[in-house]
Design a protein around this ligand. Sequence first.
Ligand code: CLF
Ligand code: SF4
Length: 294
Amino acid sequence: LKVVDSSGVREKIRDHPCFSKDAHHHYARMHVAVAPACNIQCHYCNRKYDCANESRPGVVSELLTPEQAVKKTLAVAAEIPQLTVLGIAGPGDPLANPERTFATFAALTEKAPDIRLCVSTNGLMLPQHVDELCRHNIDHVTITINCVDADIGAQIYPWIFWQHRRIRGAKAAAILIEQQLMGLEMLAERGVLVKINSVLIPGVNDLHLAEVSRIVKQKGAFLHNIMPLIAEPEHGTFFGLMGQRAPSAKELHAVQQSCANDMEIMSHCRQCRADAIGMLGQDRHDEFTLERIE
Ligand code: CLF
Ligand code: SF4
């Protein structure tokens, strides 16, 4: 039986360790931490640490300039032949630092044309940057969408920074959700594969994530990745309260199952740091510090 793959999806995920479970046994990714600023506040974030969109909070990345990021990528590619993907995922939001993010992508396209580029964002500025992402031939984008309901969003995001103003509460969450879903649709229309990350926050969005899955699938998402909230004391407080707990493995599994009716669920994510290097689950960032490569 001949299976037709008209949009080239199989070719796009063949060597991407996050978008294909098979690929993660054979291929490696690395992140360069070039994006320090963020334009929203998540209750689970502590800015001293990496963005929890795509990373393990509680660890601090070495911030790189675009030039340093290129140098580091070339050094890693020379030593890790399985490296296929370069992602920008923090420590803040890549699209809140568009000059740094796109300068890095442009230089890499020139100097390492075989490496796929990947980006993970909170989505607030996504619609504004879709064309530029496509100009850089980016086929893989991740958006962190924790809710599609502004009242739930108000419990997760205390504020956003939007059109030069700080906006709070449900009004802020409504703008963020609208931007995220619009960005998702625009990317899907252009054939970009979009993965949605959702942080499972017990008592806040656990019962709501099946609805998130349904909506994002409808808008063209390729994969849904439900990540457990990491609640560690050094990471600070949630809602200004101590004691927001992380989900148990059983709770996480149950929510993943509740979403699996609607779309494919990623189950091999390792919640990488914003400067992770290597196969998923492996982190060799300390072998490639600036001091060592310069
Ligand atoms: Fe990095 Fe994210 Fe690209 Fe992968 S990570 S920007 S899609 S190259 Fe992967 Fe790490 Fe999970 Fe992310 S395992 S946190 S899903
Ligand atoms: Fe923190 Fe990331 Fe949320 Fe920004 S998007 S507030 S960096 S967790």
